[in-house]
Write a protein that binds this ligand. Structure first.
Ligand code: ZN
Length: 182
């Protein structure tokens, strides 16, 4: 046996710099773990800024509700007036109360169909701001996130922004009858 066979594969301790590197890494890991668990134990949860929390109220809700909220906020909403403008309807009238032009303003303030829900929403807003419904445009109503909760409650309990009224009910059952007959 030559010298190399006997000593070439001898286990050698890892070079010093490697050992140091390993130790540094594991110390760093421990430090991270300690910081993490310390934060957990202290119970200091991360708190979102208020405006972000309120935007989150919209995001957390059902997707459709969030969609209606954003459409009404931006004015790209389902109202009689918009459907007429986009030529999806020949009438702008309110499908619920037959008022001649259904705007979001009408739905939030004056539509007879949603009177109880309007009262609840505007009372909540007056309580917070000291301002009544006649001192808000719809744009202003949506502009301040502190009113998001009241608006979402209103949308949740009405069909505002989802339909323009009963005349717009989907025709599915009729179609089924037609197609079901051989
Ligand atoms: Zn109406």
């Amino acid at each position: 046996m030559g010298y190399k066979d006997r000593y070439g594969r001898r286990h050698r301790p890892p070079p010093r710099f490697l050992a140091n590197l390993k130790r540094e890494i594991s110390e760093k890991k421990w430090e991270e773990a300690r910081t993490w668990s310390r934060n957990r134990v202290k119970g200091k949860k991360y708190q979102m800024p208020r405006t972000m929390r309120q935007n989150n109220m919209v995001a957390r809700g059902p997707k459709r509700l969030a969609g209606r909220f954003h459409q009404l906020k931006t004015g790209h909403c389902r109202t009689g007036q918009n459907l007429k403008w986009t030529k999806n309807s020949d009438k702008a009238e309110c499908g619920w109360c037959q008022y001649k032009t259904q705007t979001s303003e009408h739905l939030f303030k004056n539509c007879d169909k949603w009177r109880p829900q309007q009262k609840i929403m505007w009372a909540a807003i007056r309580k917070k701001t000291g301002r009544g419904k006649n001192r808000f445009t719809i744009r202003e109503l949506f502009a301040d996130e502190r009113r998001t909760g009241a608006i979402l409650d209103f949308l949740r309990t009405t069909k505002v922004g989802a339909r323009v009224g009963p005349r717009e009910l989907p025709p599915e059952p009729m179609r089924e009858e037609e197609e079901g007959d051989p």
